[in-house]
Ligand binder design. Structure first.
Ligand SMILES: C[C@H](O)[C@H](O)[C@@H](O)C(=O)CO
Ligand SMILES: [Mn+2]
Length: 423
């Protein structure tokens, strides 16, 4: 029965391949290109951004929130690894893991943020190495008593120094990941510093942040191991009137220091989109980190769905040939649905969007545009939407030994019954 199903998938793929070939699209080449694009899965979807610094730690402050109370969240790093193993088995391709600093294996001891070391992440390195995956990293500038009213822009030099030391420690950990795994670790700095109501002094915190970032980044680390990124935000919960690390601040900083700029899809005005920023920003910074997310009203972090914006982001990456310069990371946290399903839905959607972009009849589109035939350009952009991408996607999932169609949901439900419900 399964073999028959597999034959049907092959047959549907053969027909789709012919249809795309008639438009000069090589589906085999598209799938080979797709396999080479990793998506960095964010560890924090697995436990609502709690981390494992202390037993039963929860997210506090930072202007971010995971709403919902779905049962079965990971309570320690072993459970998180098991959940990730399960989720990754349902996602085609080889991807990456994006860890936050609060997710170390701390062995039951409290290790403060400025004292974390690569050894606290040795088990993650072994886990990733065994899977042939790369890892990315983030200092954690929230959920800590010293982060209650600012971090790198804090007026108190002692507090700033503590967080500078955390940033330095995290870059060392990122470097260790890069060395051990043979692929550079993108280490992304995001801080929540800001103000609920209208500040009088917008200047001094930004000057302090700039100096603190320079102190963190003072040591040059080989780009074969570590890539530094900085992430802006428009507003957070409790920082509605002012965010120190605004877009203009980090854009200027990344350009002047030639760092990666992180563009989080949920960090701009509600109707502002990031796809059109890629070709602009990449004219001035060497590489970009994406935090692919879905903003809904005030929340920047809903599970990624196959929206127009997601498709446009993927199109810009592929059309621009930016696969080596754009690092795709995910950033959402939803505690109201099965957390593994959230990873699987969001990641599969990201990959589907890339596949759609790789299957565009790009030659026809480009020639139409070059000839000024905008009628044909619009016509083909619309025709492309109903080409048989589903047949190519199913074939890819089968080829990668991952469930075809919604079969992944059965696996998640079984895992929920056998594992998550017992936590
Ligand atoms: C947990 C992450 O650091 C966080 O989501 C950050 O990337 C962000 O986007 C904050 O809104
Ligand atoms: Mn983000």
């Amino acid at each position: 029965m399964r073999a028959h199903h597999a034959e049907q998938i092959d047959a549907r793929y053969a027909l789709a391949k012919e249809q795309y070939a008639a438009l000069s699209v090589d589906t085999d080449a598209a799938l080979a290109a797709l396999r080479a694009i990793p998506v960095s899965l964010h560890c924090w979807q697995g436990d609502d951004v709690g981390g494992f610094e202390r037993p039963a730690a929860t997210l506090s402050g930072g202007g971010i929130q995971a709403t919902g109370n779905y049962p079965g969240k990971a309570r320690n790093a072993d459970e998180l690894r098991a959940d990730l193993d399960m989720a990754l088995s349902l996602i085609p391709g080889t991807h990456r893991l994006n860890l936050h600093a609060i997710y170390g294996d701390f062995g039951g001891k409290f290790v403060d943020r400025n004292a974390i070391q690569p050894e606290h992440f040795a088990r993650w390195i072994d886990w990733a190495k065994a899977k042939g995956m790369g890892m990315d990293f983030n200092p954690t500038y929230f959920s800590h008593p010293k982060a209650e009213d600012g971090t790198l822009s804090h007026p108190d030099p002692a507090i700033r120094q503590f967080w500078i030391e955390h940033g330095i420690a995290c870059r060392k950990i990122g470097e260790a990941f890069g060395k051990a795994l043979g692929t550079p670790c993108v280490t992304n700095i995001w801080i929540p510093d800001g103000s609920k109501d209208i500040p009088v002094d917008r200047k001094a915190p930004r000057e302090r942040l700039l100096a603190a970032l320079d102190a963190i980044l003072a040591e040059k680390i080989d780009r074969r191991y570590l890539l530094d990124a900085v992430e802006s935000k428009l507003f957070g919960i409790g920082s509605e009137s002012y965010v120190v690390g605004s877009h203009e601040f980090y854009m200027g900083y990344a350009v002047s220091r030639q760092l990666l700029l992180c563009l989080d899809a949920g960090h701009f005005h509600p109707t502002e989109v990031i796809f059109d920023k890629l070709s602009s920003v990449l004219a001035f910074v060497p590489e970009v980190l994406l935090h692919v997310s879905r903003g809904v009203r005030w929340d920047s972090d809903h599970v990624v769905t196959l929206t127009d914006e997601l498709q446009a982001i993927a199109q810009e990456i592929i059309r621009g040939g930016y696969q080596q310069r754009v690092h795709i990371g995910l950033d959402f946290f939803d505690a109201s649905i099965n957390r593994l399903a959230a990873w699987v839905i969001g990641t599969r959607n990201m990959i589907k969007a890339l596949l759609l972009a790789l299957l565009e009849p790009i030659q026809t589109l480009r020639v139409s545009e070059q000839n000024g035939d905008f009628t044909a350009r619009l016509a083909w952009l619309e025709e492309a939407k109903t080409l048989p991408v589903g047949a190519v996607w199913d074939y890819y999932c089968q080829q990668q030994n991952t469930p075809v169609g919604a079969a992944w949901l059965d696996a998640v439900k079984t895992y929920e019954r056998d594992v998550l419900s017992k936590r």
